[in-house]
Write a protein that binds this ligand. Structure first.
Ligand SMILES: NC(=O)c1ccc[n+]([C@@H]2O[C@H](COP(=O)([O-])OP(=O)(O)OC[C@H]3O[C@@H](n4cnc5c(N)ncnc54)[C@H](O)[C@@H]3O)[C@@H](O)[C@H]2O)c1
Ligand SMILES: O=C[C@H](O)CS(=O)(=O)O
Length: 479
């Protein structure tokens, strides 16, 4: 039986509204139309900002325990409706049922962390008398909310990466306007429902659905928006930074993450971690393993074992428990990855396994001997493809790893502490994982990259810092 097509509404202030135009949402695995969402207009954006001004005043006056209570209640609502949230992620995104369950659990953690961190938004006293002439001054610094946060989010984690912006924004006493990915907007709408059930006052949260720049430009350019929190591709981030003007931004961008396997590595651990890191979410993971550098004595053994494990992965229907890899987010993206593989092969690369595409599904693919001028060697593939190359030494592995416009996270497998510390010091990334692949994140850690991978850090406490301003207060005491 064909799924019922749900005509969704978007949340502006405290009201669920339609727009003059609608936008279709498809299941990337079947190509079926699963819902329509409003395609917001510039007028809708302006209305959301107007409502958010009122929301920001309300949010700032909420006590810390009120914010904590709302965040915990939202988390509990999601926990009580876990299956529904899992099914929404499966329907609109690339995720398998096992991947979707993990994301819902992480979203609950993110919101509970946000509640906890709300009680830790503190300041410090300033010893003014350190400076001659200021002996009679005492003072302190404290944090206050920026006001309105614009949150623009990507398709691959349609729930938890929205929570990583909404949770900290509310914990810090802000209003937040979310513009979710046009391909996966439904989970963000369900998250908004959770907050309304939790008693979030009207106008603090809006979720405006629609396409990219036509509604994002008026959002990010507006002077009343004081923090732009963007997660997405490098090119989009670059466009946004040109438009935001004088306001705080957080940029969580792309990567082509490396993992180094030295000859003293625990091979079984390395294989398990890098296979999972390379092909989770069909490779559509910002910290997914795209490049693996293996020290020569281990290279052939590692490559043979990696290919053997890769061939065991089941590509298939997202809702089946046995499926390891679902579809990419669209057939268009799958064709892009297919063309990058073809280009690498034409330039001399070898395909050890995979390489085939069927509609939006791409087989997990292992390439070797990839020329450095190949697109797939330098850009972010954001698909189920990994390059495995030999290196003569740690130094060569570090040089190859750093030879990238990105710098999000890297991994290295070695048993030697000195080697690990050399890699930690010399790898130019926002995160270095030891005896793990690059694909490691907990929701409480500082997360973000350098170079083309972004500006600033997310992770609940760090997002709260970015979504607040500091105010210094000094009292001049009477002598
Ligand atoms: N660093 C991180 O934390 C992180 C996490 C997840 C994904 N990502 C990155 O996101 C990318 C994949 O996600 P995507 O394809 O949704 O990214 P994308 O840049 O295509 O879109 C991200 C968001 O920006 C919106 N957008 C598109 N064009 C825009 C424009 N001109 N102005 C303003 N907004 C615009 C989209 O509608 C979407 O909501 C990858 O590069 C991935 O590495 C990074
Ligand atoms: O795609 C990038 C994500 O931020 C990684 S994680 O899903 O949050 O671990």
């Amino acid at each position: 039986m064909k799924n019922q097509i749900v005509q969704e509404r978007m949340l502006i202030g405290g009201e669920w509204v339609k727009a003059k135009e609608e936008m279709d949402v498809f299941d990337p695995g079947t190509g079926e139309l699963i819902a329509t969402v409003p395609s917001a207009s510039v007028e809708d954006v302006k209305e959301a900002i107007k409502k958010a001004k009122d929301g920001a005043e309300k949010s700032a006056t909420l006590s810390v325990h009120e914010r904590m209570n709302i965040l915990h209640k939202a988390a509990s609502y999601i926990e009580a409706n876990k299956t529904s949230f899992v099914n929404t992620i499966i329907a609109e995104s690339s995720k398998t049922i096992r991947e979707a369950r993990k994301e819902v659990i992480r979203c609950i953690e993110t919101l509970r962390l946000s509640a906890e961190e709300a009680r830790r938004i503190d300041g410090q006293t300033i010893p003014f008398s350190q400076m001659p002439g200021h002996e009679t001054r005492v003072g302190y610094v404290y944090r206050f909310p920026v006001g309105i946060v614009a949150a623009i989010t990507p398709f691959n984690d349609p729930l938890n990466l929205v929570a990583h912006k909404v949770g900290p924004a509310i914990a810090a006493g802000n209003a937040v306007i979310v513009k979710p990915a046009s391909l996966t907007p439904l989970s963000a709408l369900r998250l908004a429902e959770a907050f309304l059930h939790a008693g979030l006052p009207a106008n603090i949260l809006s979720v405006i659905t629609g396409r990219g720049s036509n509604i994002c430009d008026p959002l990010v350019e507006h002077d009343d928006v004081r923090f732009v929190s963007f997660t997405g591709g490098y090119e989009t981030g670059k466009e946004i930074t040109k438009k935001v003007g004088v306001k705080k931004t957080g940029m969580e961008l792309g990567s082509n993450s490396p993992t180094i396997i030295l000859k003293d590595a625990n091979v079984e651990e390395a294989i398990s971690s890098t296979v999972s890191g390379a092909f989770g979410v069909a490779g559509q993971n910002c910290i997914g393993v795209q490049r693996i550098y293996v020290e020569y004595p281990l290279y052939q053994t590692f490559l043979t074992r990696f290919v053997k494990e890769t061939k065991k992965l089941k590509v298939g229907t997202k809702s089946e428990e046995t499926t390891d890899i679902g579809p990419m987010i669209s057939e268009k993206e799958a064709k892009r990855v297919e063309s990058w593989i073809a280009e690498a092969k034409k330039l001399g690369a070898s395909i050890c396994c995979g390489g085939e595409r069927k509609k939006a599904y791409v087989e997990p693919t292992v390439l070797t001997n990839v020329p450095t001028q190949a697109t797939i060697a330098t850009q972010e593939v954001f698909g189920p493809v990994v390059l495995i190359e030999p290196v003569d030494s740690l130094q060569e592995a570090i040089e190859q790893s750093n030879d990238s416009g990105y710098g999000l996270q890297a991994g290295i497998f070695t048993e030697k502490l000195e080697t690990a510390f050399q890699a930690i010091h010399e790898l130019q990334f926002g995160g270095v994982m030891i005896n793990d692949s690059s694909d490691v994140r907990i929701d409480g850690m500082p997360f973000g990259g350098i170079k083309g991978s972004g500006i600033g850090r997310e992770g609940v406490r760090y997002a709260i810092e970015a979504m607040t301003e500091q105010k210094v207060v000094a009292f001049k005491l009477q002598k």
